[in-house]
Design a protein. Structure first.
Length: 392
């Protein structure tokens, strides 16, 4: 229940009253503004655990407000879960809630984890809810044809649907034009477009030869700004391994193949970038990695995000990073290119995304209510509403 203060009751005057008198005044005030009609049913709460970024919330809150307007018997109770893990920080809390028999009704879950959680019996199958909508001819019935095949398959385990995708993404490289132009003042710079303007590196070879030109140090020799840190942003060995045509798993033998020569080459590329950050001209990859780690420890999010602060010339992230730029540095001069790739190959990226699930242990009635919320949040109407609000 949310109680709003009447504009006719000054909060300053109320705060100046003694504790006992203030309690009496508040009691009289509430008695006058809250209806005591027993016929008015209390709203059912749907508890939603999420990890969306604050920058993403305006559109989502607009969609949730519309849901509550169209479903006056329900109220969304949002809880943002934070933790040490970058992705799915709610894992330990969620497993404890499920084991304790009181899980939230809806959880935002990274899709690549759906199979492992479903295998442990942690999530409820959604097949019966999906089928009931189609049988009833519901206009917002969920179907696999609405999604990219890869996204939908991530939500399926052993033939049953355990999640509904909410998004997908792709990784690109953002670059700062001011830092690019500054680095291009070095006589060793050799990358230019057809008009003679400096351009960012497009390949591994170009990044290896030009990344060091972005390095700046303070008077004590510590890193002040750099070009590119391979494991920063939304980019990992996966990206470089895939770019190089490597395989991380032998699907027939069910074995990890991290020693695939192409994966090793990708790791060598990453280590070569770290060598740019070692002191002097040592080209020590281990020491360079240590230096970049110390440098990265000062990184913060939001308005002090390292790319926005000018600490990094390059940042790999999804299209969602546009929301961060537009909120904190709307006048930033930046460009976007494919993530640099091996010489002679085509650019490649990979997609991930999130989904909504209903944990096991949610009572049948609450699961029906949770499904009404999920069905709305993944609908075209809700996504159009979210996009319009997010744009504004």
């Amino acid at each position: 229940m949310i109680v709003r203060r009447s504009p006719d009751l000054p909060s300053k005057g109320l705060c100046c009253l003694s504790g006992s008198l203030r309690a009496v005044v508040i009691g009289v005030f509430l008695a006058g503004v809250i209806p005591s009609n027993p016929a008015v049913a209390e709203k059912e709460k749907i508890r939603v655990w999420f990890t969306w970024l604050i920058e993403e919330m305006p559109g989502r809150l607009a969609a949730m407000a519309k849901f509550e307007e169209d479903n006056p018997d329900l109220e969304i109770e949002l809880t943002r879960i934070a933790g040490d893990a970058h992705y799915n920080p709610q894992n330990q809390k969620l497993m404890c809630a499920i084991a304790g028999g009181d899980p939230p009704e809806v959880v935002l879950q990274d899709r690549f984890t759906i199979g492992s959680w479903a295998a442990r019996g942690a999530f409820r199958s959604l097949d019966d809810l999906i089928e009931a909508d189609w049988t009833a001819g519901h206009p917002q019935a969920v179907t696999s044809s609405h999604y990219y095949e890869a996204c939908w398959k991530e939500a399926v385990y052993e033939g049953q649907v355990y999640a509904v995708p909410t998004s997908t993404d792709s990784r690109v490289m953002y670059y700062r034009k001011d830092l690019l132009e500054s680095a291009a003042e070095n006589p060793e710079w050799s990358l230019y477009d057809q008009e003679g303007n400096p351009r960012p590196p497009f390949t591994w070879k170009e990044m290896q030869s030009h990344n060091r030109l972005f390095v700046r140090r303070d008077e004590r020799g510590n890193l002040d700004s750099v070009g590119y840190i391979p494991d920063q942003g939304n980019c990992y060995l996966y990206m470089y391994g895939f770019q190089n045509g490597g395989k991380f798993m032998d699907m027939e033998a069910h074995r990890c193949t991290l020693n695939d020569p192409k994966i090793v080459q990708a790791l060598e590329y990453m280590c070569g970038i770290y060598a740019d950050y070692s002191p002097g001209d040592t080209r020590d990859r281990i020491e360079g990695r240590k230096q970049s780690a110390r440098f990265s420890q000062a990184f913060q999010g939001g308005v002090n995000q390292p790319f926005l602060d000018g600490q990094l010339a390059f940042w790999v992230d999804t299209e969602g990073f546009m929301s961060v730029i537009s909120r904190y540095r709307p006048n930033l001069q930046f460009g976007v290119i494919p993530v640099p790739h091996p010489e002679g190959s085509d650019p490649i990226t990979w997609s991930g995304g999130w989904s909504l699930v209903i944990p096991n242990g949610v009572p049948a009635k609450k699961a029906q209510q949770a499904w009404r919320f999920i069905r709305w949040m993944v609908s075209p109407e809700a996504n159009l509403l979210m996009t319009q609000y997010q744009r504004d």
